[in-house]
Design a protein around this ligand. Structure first.
Ligand code: NAD
Length: 496
């Protein structure tokens, strides 16, 4: 059976000690295995990155950017193969995988502009014949730890910019679907990156803890679930590292009575069920303001959901594929069961759908649940499945209070024709990314991505301008060349 190894110092190595099965979620079969790096293997990767750093740091930004240009081209040329790997291991259908990859490539494009982004700040004559400037220096070895749900895009949020800024990178992808991530890193090597600048170690907690504890690692970017994000942030920070840790979500959409309901239903169908709801920006709660809005929405959504098709990743006619593992499928079904037991109304039931020819796949069909209340388990926790909850409230203020009271604050949106209401909402809601008649307000690559509350631990967001700041350290230099007339006498106070 094929074993997915690690990329260390430019070569693929396979750790012989421990492995884990990688499933094809569409068939339920074990398709491959992944090597799980132990401490020593991770330390090899850190050492390779450390050794590559002095030369890479001094490589002109323009030359670093040229590698990114070639990388972008290779990603486009090999897009089909990347999407096949994503589909095989994650279950995402081809056009969704292509969407993910495209958003990832946009981050490579942004990193191509790094000479401009690193220009720094300069002030002449801050004192008599004194000039001062700030420059942004790379940190050294930086690490990334990524989730299963975007095996191509989320790593591309991190290392193109980190590397373009002059750092060397150790990536620990999700062990559940590591194939496309490793393949993409190999394309970066093919683009001309020197050995050791990018390293990929597959593994689990042992590999992660090694990265968190090793003093050579200067910074850690993490994306995944909130309990792990909190742990990563605490441990990395306690070890004196810079850390950004993005966590889970429960994204609400407010439906005001004046909304264009057909538009809202189409938008929510893609945003709730696309990628089987396994997106941190999935819209999983519709908050209907008034019973009339709730009834209108449910009637239209129910009709729309009749044509939803769940099935294998490689059939283009499907709207979404399986969830990642059997255990996750059972967890999602458990949330639907709990909603029923706690008194919610299952309007469309996606438990145990029939997918002919794929009886052992990890499928959950689109599910719509009405009359959900905030005390229910299905409301409090992130389900991460194709399940849309409807909560009914009387006023927009109540809808906003509900959103603000939730543990998570990643994304939200409002559907309305009322500009004043939308403006009030976007100004006041305690959530990091807001859509107005836009269901998935994922910032483009030249803005930055991050939630509020327990959806993000740290100060700087992922990708975009914040990534330049995260992966560099400011140094401010003040300079004078003594010459006749500006030679300094003894001074005991700050010059004023
Ligand atoms: P996860 O937290 O289980 O795993 C993420 C990474 O952490 C993996 O690489 C995994 O190997 C590692 N890990 C897991 N448990 C660990 C532990 N105990 N100690 C150290 N490392 C550990 O997340 P997942 O299931 O792969 O991804 C889904 C989650 O990620 C969802 O909660 C989703 O909302 C979130 N997510 C958030 C964003 C965002 O930008 N906020 C984006 C994508 C996904």
């Amino acid at each position: 059976m094929k074993i997915i190894g690690h990329l260390i110092n430019g070569a693929i190595v396979t750790d012989g000690t421990r492995t884990q099965d990688v499933f094809n979620p569409s068939t339920g079969e074990v398709a491959k295995q992944v090597a799980l790096a132990g401490k020593a293997r991770v330390e090899d990767a850190i050492a390779a990155a450390q050794a590559a750093f002095p030369a890479w740091r001094n490589t002109p930004p323009l030359k670093r950017a040229r590698v990114m240009y070639r990388f972008k081209q290779l990603l486009e040329e090999h897009a089909e193969e990347i999407c096949r790997l994503i589909g095989e291991e994650h279950g995402k259908i081809a056009h969704d995988a292509m969407g993910e990859l495209t958003r990832g490539i946009e981050n490579v494009e942004y990193a191509c502009g790094v000479p401009e982004l690193l220009k720094g700040e300069h002030s002449k004559n801050v004192g008599p014949a004194i000039d001062s400037w700030s420059e942004f220096q790379p940190l050294g070895v930086v690490a990334g730890i990524t989730p299963f749900n975007f095996p191509a895009m989320v790593p591309l949020w991190m290392y193109p910019m980190a590397i373009a800024c002059g750092n060397c990178f150790v990536l620990k992808p999700s062990e559940r679907d590591p194939g496309s991530t490793l393949y993409i890193a190999q394309l970066l090597m093919e683009a001309g990156l020197p050995a050791g600048v990018i390293n990929v170690v597959n593994g689990d907690k042992e590999a992660v803890d090694t990265l968190l504890d090793d003093p050579r690692v200067q910074a850690v970017s993490f994306v995944g679930s909130t309990p792990v994000a909190e742990y990563i942030y605490a441990r990395a920070s306690a070890n004196g590292k810079r850390c950004q840790a993005l966590g889970g979500a429960k994204n609400h959409a407010i439906l005001l009575p004046d909304a264009d309901m057909d538009n809202a239903v189409s938008a929510l169908t893609g945003a709730a069920f696309g990628s089987s709801g396994e997106r941190c920006m999935a819209l999983s709660v519709a908050v209907a303001v008034g019973d009339a809005a709730a009834e209108a929405f449910i009637e239209k959504m129910k009709a729309q959901m009749q044509s939803l098709k769940v099935g294998a990743f490689n059939d283009k006619r499907n709207d979404f594929g399986p969830v990642i593992t059997r255990a996750h499928m059972e967890k999602v079904v458990g949330y639907i069961n709990s909603a029923e037991e706690q008194g919610a109304e299952i309007v469309v039931d996606g438990r145990h759908p029939s997918v002919p020819g794929f009886d052992n796949g990890f499928f959950v069909g689109g599910t719509l649940i009405d009359r959900v209340t905030p005390d229910m388990l299905c409301y409090r926790e992130e389900i991460f499945g194709p399940v849309l909850l409807v909560v009914r409230v009387a006023t927009m203020q109540q809808a906003m209070e509900l959103i603000d009271a939730h543990e998570y604050g990643n994304g939200t949106c409002i559907f309305t024709r009322d500009g004043e209401a939308a403006r009030y909402f976007s100004d006041n809601i305690q959530v990091g990314m807001v859509g107005i008649n836009v269901p998935l307000p994922v910032p483009v690559a030249y803005h930055s991505f991050g939630g509020w509350k327990r959806s993000l631990f740290g100060d700087l967001y992922a990708y975009g301008p914040d990534a330049v700041r995260f992966y560099t350290r400011r140094k401010t230099i003040t300079q004078r060349w003594p010459s006749a007339g500006v030679r300094e006498g003894v001074q005991f106070a700050f010059p004023s």
